[in-house]
Write a new protein. Structure first.
Length: 77
């Protein structure tokens, strides 16, 4: 069994999939948070990162990570 260090909470976890970067609890949270951001952006396509932050209450750090990972695109300034 392969073990990894979660890139979110930095704890050891057992990898279920090869190349898995986060533990399962962080993964679940990430899926839910990502869905919330994506839903918000689909209704507010010109939202800024601050708008997303205030409306979804998702940590700024997480939002910035989504942008870095290319998972969301912020059009608004
Ligand atoms: Zn974790």
């Amino acid at each position: 069994m392969e073990r990894g260090i979660c890139k979110i909470c930095e704890k050891f976890f057992i990898m279920i999939q090869k190349g898995q970067e986060m533990c399962n609890s962080c993964y679940e949270q990430d899926v839910n948070q990502y869905r919330a951001v994506r839903d918000y952006l689909s209704e507010n396509s010109h939202a800024t990162i601050m708008d997303i932050y205030f409306n979804t209450k998702i940590p700024m750090k997480t939002l910035k990570r989504y942008i870095e990972e290319g998972r969301i695109r912020i059009i608004g300034k």
